[in-house]
Design a protein around this ligand. Sequence first.
Ligand code: NAD
Ligand code: 44H
Length: 372
Amino acid sequence: MSNTIIHFGGGALGRGLVIPLIVGSGYEVILADTNEALLHNIKENMSYTLDITDAKKNRYRKIFVQNVLSCTSQEERLISLLQEVDTVTTSVRRENLKHVAKILVKAWKDEDISNKKVICCENIEHVSSYFQELLLKQDLTMEQKTRISQICIPDTIVDRICSATDDLNLIKSEMFYECSVDAKQLPNTGIKYITSVSDIDIHFARKRFLMNSYADAISFFALSKGIKYLHDAAKSNEINDIVKPFITLLKTLLRNVYKIDEDELDKWANCYRNRLTNNNILRDLHTVARNIIPKLSLEERFLSPLIQAKNNGIEIEEGVAFLKELIFTENKMKDSPLSRRDLLDKLKELWASNEDGRDIFKMTQELLKDEI
Ligand SMILES: NC(=O)c1ccc[n+]([C@@H]2O[C@H](COP(=O)([O-])OP(=O)(O)OC[C@H]3O[C@@H](n4cnc5c(N)ncnc54)[C@H](O)[C@@H]3O)[C@@H](O)[C@H]2O)c1
Ligand SMILES: O=P(O)(O)OC[C@@H](O)[C@@H](O)[C@H](O)[C@H](O)CO
């Protein structure tokens, strides 16, 4: 089945971007998911509709899949099909990748691995090492470990605003997309519309900070003000003013450390904000402002830029003050908010494992002294 790719995860990004790119590149797609209702719906016509909301022509596109399979009730069938394909793609969200790893290892641990590759279309920096670790955590002999560690898993960058709708057959999205892998790890994906790029770390940082850090920041604050959709958050001057000091710091970091020039930064920042204001995509803010704890880890979109900025001599006081506001605002929205002490304990647990994290923790603690 050299012309078939198995894709795990037919949620917003899977149906909105990854499957269309693979199908558009001339492959057949087998969709593996755990959501039985979704699979049942797609199975009826082996297709779904993609609404490219800002397309000038051909706005509604039918996307055909070859087959759909449940990762739970059809695991055996899935494993035998996995043994016949070389390329697997995913868009299941970080917390679900461990289940994909488990099935893949079952399928591939005794197979010829030479052409096998896994392209994790997830919003995860250095997804290559993250997914490889998940694979190697499985119960394997030394020989199988050596084999599994040879699977090609490139780092990726993936971006398109996609939103599922109440109609399981309809997904809403936009013209813009980025979906690439690290050319050093995989010079040619074999998939026309999933390209290999050099300097992926620079592209990732630009997209991570100007899109994800920005989108998440406005989303958490907008939720606290009763706003429902992403496009309203992006349009609101009040919300944009709240996040401005942080965005200014991110731009300084991208300019000074990643060497992206001012015009390029402005071009991207405007592009991201314009995309996020697309009111034909009713993206509920809860699908953006989600999983705050993993996003507050030292490697992620909020802490990592602060640490990089600090270590490159950029002032971070305003950034830390902003982050403290964001964390406490999000906490207040919870059904059972943590007390200030418990919240600080949580942050200490997350950040105190190294000196950079400890410094930011101390600055946060210091800021709280002045508050009643
Ligand atoms: N939605 C977007 O606009 C967007 C944009 C860029 C990047 N991403 C990234 O794409 C990834 C997916 O996000 P999403 O928004 O599509 O989430 P989603 O919740 O809409 O979709 C996830 C899909 O994975 C399925 N799934 C869960 N566990 C599974 C398993 N063990 N095996 C197979 N399928 C499983 C779910 O049933 C669901 O259909 C994330 O890493 C996210 O960061 C999303
Ligand atoms: O899983 P996450 O929250 O890291 O990111 C997925 C998407 O929410 C994200 O990429 C958005 O599309 C973007 O940040 C704004 O729409």
